[in-house]
Design a protein around this ligand. Sequence first.
Ligand code: FE2
Ligand code: FE2
Length: 138
Amino acid sequence: MMDQKLFTQWQPNFSVGNPILDQQHKKLLSLCQQAIECMSDNSRDGVSLFHHILNDLSEYVDQHFQTEEALLKASGYPLLDKHKEEHLEYRLKLTDFLLSATLGEINKAGLHHYLSGWWSDHILGSDKQYSGFIKGVD
Ligand SMILES: [Fe+2]
Ligand SMILES: [Fe+2]
């Protein structure tokens, strides 16, 4: 869904009930916002910033997925395998976008769609599903 409104400010109901994961989701939201904001700037600085943000996003995503998966494992989350599969799919797709950005062939509408979907389907969907399981797990 091409909806800029999905990338608004953090809302309390986005919380998954763990302060570390919430903090990471906030940072991811901010990186998604920045990527979308600068993707239409075709100046040399704009393109360079866009690449920079995509790289940051890619690095940060790995960190986040690792933290989240470790916490879900520690809490005995029954849907961990499925959750990890979703992470892998997002990870692979992001790698595709990074590669095409490096080649100067990125599909910006596709990236926008992907980031919006990730936020609404995964973070506000699959991630919210585990919130009841991780309470009290550090
Ligand atoms: Fe997450
Ligand atoms: Fe997740």
